[in-house]
Design a protein around this ligand. Sequence first.
Ligand code: ATP
Ligand code: MG
Length: 562
Amino acid sequence: MTEEEKPRSSNFIRQIIADDLSRNKNNGRVHTRFPPEPNGYLHVGHAKSICLNFGLAAEHAGGQCNLRFDDTNPEKEKIEYIEAIKDDIHWLGFDWEDRLFYASDYFEQLYDYAVHLIREAKAYVDSLNLEEMREYRGTLTEPGRESPDRNRSIEENLDLFKRMRAGEFEAGQYVLRARIDMASPNINMRDPTIYRIKKTRHHRTGDSWNIYPMYDYTHCISDALEGITHSLCTLEFEDHRPLYDWFLDQLPVPCHPQQIEFARLNLNYTVTSKRKLNELVDEGHVRGWDDPRMPTIVGMRRRGYPPAAIRDFCERIGITKNDTVIDMSVLENCVREELDRTTCRVMAVINPLRVVITNFPEDQEELLDAPYHPNLPEMGSREVPFSHVIWIERDDFMEDPPKKFFRLAPGREVRLRYAYFITCEEVIKDDSTGEVVELRCSYDPQTRGGSAPDGRKVKGTIHWVSAAQALETEVRLYDRLFTVPEPGRLEDWRATLNPESVRIISGAMLEPGLLQAKAEESFQFERLGYFCVDAKDSKPDRPVFNRTVTLRDSWVKQNKSS
Ligand code: ATP
Ligand code: MG
């Protein structure tokens, strides 16, 4: 089933849009936007917002979705982030076409609208400092008090605001505030600041501004200027909606978009706050924003999560107004399902044990046909070499096995995947350590392809790699980044980082064809999981593999058995 054919379940936002369209509201237009602040890399929570905004536009004829950078905070913003965000959105499979905007494009218009508010006595220049403002603001139970500057004359406000812009004052000396209601039960409506002095160079407007508009003021106006119909944001903005509407009601803007809030995505065993992710990078807990353990889009990409799996995940978790924590296994299952139907199966041994096939000639090599996918013949097949010495997984042998162990043991016979039955005849150990270093086995030439002409059965099938041709390389095994389900709730969240979130295996043995694997290409290593070629650390003669996800959810198993 392709993605387009998958049934979409409705959600309350789809319902609102359907109702609006049936009433021909906005002349039947659907126009959304994704408004990131370029102060970090995008994470899986942003993916939810991207899929929602671009997805809603795509599912309506003529629907459009803008990409708008919310760049009103020059200290924290960087061009690097802008480029990364654009790449992420394209990689996820969405496109803003010619609708790339920046809030900073509207600085002049935002300034003019602020002047308009002053003229209407709806804004004033205030000289209270931060601490005084906080004190005057009141609390949830007590109303605020009016600033002594609240009734400054319009002329004086205009003059001061102009001089704020011209750089005559220092940061903190004055702010411009909306003049709304200091007694409002909604604290956001108690004369919020709309401009502050900031003598910081902006990555796009350079040194031309000494004042910068606040988010709440900028956001609604940017939406209106772009003709947005449905402005979707996360629940924490619910209390800001009256302010969103207030600004648009006061100003001669071209339209009045509808703000609709939905629950943000929280995933367990990780953090989805740009600030915390930034700290993980800065403090060296991970190897950068694209570390495969990070819930960033670049991290998930490097880990091997296909974009289709992330889109599917965002669709499955749905859009609601309830804040919940989604289990990481939901995302991992989407990744498994997608990789199951798209990747080639190959063989790799990550913890090798040497096996000598005593009755196979030392100087010979045989090629065996091995399909790339058990159920998808159209994926074709390759030939894998078989020879006198092979590697098997150390775990697939036990000297003294319990009853239910059906793999290799002294005197036991197992099937080598796509090859022959072998029987373990001798176990060679290191004299000093007692460690098993080699097995001597015989193979039955009659069982080529995996079945015996006499009808005898074997219970176990194991994977293997021929030693002479094996590609020896590095494989990285990842686990959850944190050891507790909700690290973000803890004061000392860093203390819950999982010390075993990555294990580097340097001597993994892979079937030789994998030398041709391309950067980011994904495979199923039979019985081990899905792996992809690390795009950064791989060399042409030595691809490095990241384990994307195991074949089954080992966490569920662990929890059940404990
Ligand atoms: P963070 O809380 O991680 O710092 P943010 O909200 O400050 O994120 P923005 O760049 O402002 O980051 O977000 C861009 C858009 O993505 C916003 O519309 C925001 O609501 C949405 N978004 C951010 N985090 C999530 C999330 N966890 N789930 C859903 N949407 C999100
Ligand atoms: Mg934000």
